[in-house]
Design a protein around this ligand. Structure first.
Ligand SMILES: [Zn+2]
Length: 235
């Protein structure tokens, strides 16, 4: 068993491309280190990565790492104290020397589906709050295929209320509203957010990433979203 925490201690945090440019699906990165788990299975760290790790209600991205001598299947990515650890197997060739260039390639179909589903989650948060008349905290969420969900903390909705949620959510989709992500300092957080659930549970940080849907809501979130509500498709 590899002790991941011990192995990555002293490494710099990985530059997370998905926070800035969620539509980047291929990235040239530098191989920082790797360790074998068993047979062809390895853990790999890079200086920067396109892969979103498992967390925040999102599943891990999957894809490939490619170099002249290597084809590596990325099966799971985890965030360990800010360092993204790519777990997978060598499909062909060998892992090159540390410091070599490695190209990371996302399984884009899957990622894009997650981006659409995750954005739908933000839209449903809004639609629910419109129907209930206040922002509802959430108890859990999964923003990925095959069965995405959000669990809200309140009384169960009636069929009529559910229909109304669906109607409002699909209106937001049809309105083709821009979805933007930006960073604010902790002192600007209260002014930056609109209609955000779970604010009292937000961990302390120096900086927060806010994902805003124009005229709908603006919530702290580190996930990946589409640029425009129309891309979500019918909810
Ligand atoms: Zn989000």
């Amino acid at each position: 068993m590899v002790n991941i925490k011990e192995w990555i201690s002293g490494e710099n945090p990985t530059e997370k491309m998905y926070l800035l440019e969620p539509y980047v699906r291929v990235l040239r990165s530098k191989l920082m280190d790797y360790v074998r788990e068993r047979s062809t299975k390895y853990y790999i760290i890079l200086d920067k990565s396109v892969f979103h790790p498992k967390g925040g209600g999102q599943p891990s991205d999957v894809g490939w790492l490619v170099a002249d001598s290597l084809r590596f299947e990325v099966r799971k990515v985890i965030d360990v104290n800010g360092v993204l650890v790519h777990y997978g197997r060598v499909m062909e060739g060998n892992i090159p020397e540390i410091g070599s260039e490695v190209k990371s390639l996302l399984d884009w179909d899957r990622r894009y589906r997650v981006m659409r589903i995750h954005t739908a989650g933000h839209i449903i948060d809004y639609a629910i709050s419109e129907v209930y008349g206040h922002v509802l905290n959430t108890l859990g969420a999964f923003h990925g295929p095959p069965n995405p969900y959000v669990i809200y903390e309140d009384y169960p909705p009636s069929v009529k209320e559910l229909n109304r949620v669906e109607e409002i959510a699909n209106k937001v989709v049809k309105e083709s509203l821009p979805v933007k992500a930006f960073f604010v300092g902790s002192d600007e957080l209260r002014n930056g957010v609109v209609g955000a659930p779970n604010l009292s549970r937000l961990p302390q940080a120096r900086e927060y990433r806010i994902v805003s849907i124009e005229g709908v809501n603006a919530v702290p979130c580190t996930g990946t979203h589409v640029r425009n509500t129309e891309e979500v498709g019918k909810i």
